[in-house]
Design a protein around this ligand. Sequence first.
Ligand code: AQP
Length: 344
Amino acid sequence: MAEFIPRVFSGVQPTGNLHLGNYLGAITKFVDLQRTHDCIYCVVDLHAITVPQDPRQLKASIREVTAAFLAAGIDANQHIVFNQSQVAEHAELAWVFNCVARMGWLNRMTQFKEKAGKDRENASVGLFAYPCLMAADILLYRATHVPVGEDQKQHLELSRDIAQKFNLDFAESIAANGHGEAFFPLPAPLIQGVATRVMSLRDGTKKMSKSDPSDNSRINLSDDADTIAQKIRKAKTDPDALPSEIEGLGKRPEADNLVGIFAALNGQSKAEVLADFGGRNFSTFKSALVDLAVTKLVPIGTEMKRLTEDARHIDGVLAQGAARAREIARETMVAVKDIVGFVH
Ligand code: AQP
């Protein structure tokens, strides 16, 4: 297999209400990977319009996600931070991938089924083709590693399938154009840690999600200390005390979720949390979780608010990041055009 330079790519949709799931499942990983990799972090606004968006709100959300990246500790000088629509090559490569991917592959995507629901005929073509755009996002930078939450695993597998099929379909042309035996890497998902799937505070069997109509189901990064405390105190639990061993969380999804959140926020394993809190009741545990969550999240929310007040600064960060991303993207697209056989 060909050797590729290790590079991280990931994105977050600017669809409002950035929450603890996005933070623990994705953004904290983005921050950690900066120490070991070249990273590209993208506010994926082209993905956002696969469902209707209010244009004014969309602009605000793009700036808010950017602010969250910066407030959480992403260094936009050392690494690349930009919004997807500023680099036209994302859409260009996505079209090529629309022609590589098979209908049967996309028909299997569970996220489309969940989001389109029963009204499939009325879903946008973009929502169906979403995974091809996601593959383009990653492969435009020939990224090798993609930190995501558990819910994106299937889409990542599809990105690998698309990369592999492109490499096979165009093998001769790839070699003839001097790219060896494979042009695209097969990107590896990085789904690690104790909070790869943070669940709703109201229902431990449902993913914490931006689109849940109940605001009490999630902790937003913009929530103040009182709101965080209230949401945790109201979080659904069962009547039993916390177990001392991890096996005891087996059939207790809400307890498992809160222990996972505590562990992730405190940089511990669930077993370590249970070693401290096993046998204690939920009111004691929730008080400790409120203190921890407020300590960790409120400074980020405060910094996000400060940053979003200066839209010009945020827009400058995105423009500078887009210019740097475009350089890599153009190089890839020139090569793809030669490989596919376009005159340019
Ligand atoms: N509950 C979660 N637990 C862990 N990770 C999560 N992610 C999302 N929800 C959780 C991860 O956050 C990153 C950015 O997600 P996104 O905004 O691009 O897309 P999403 O998965 O559609 O987010 P939501 O909140 O679930 O939105 P809706 O309600 O529209 O479906 C991704 O890495 C994702 O895995």
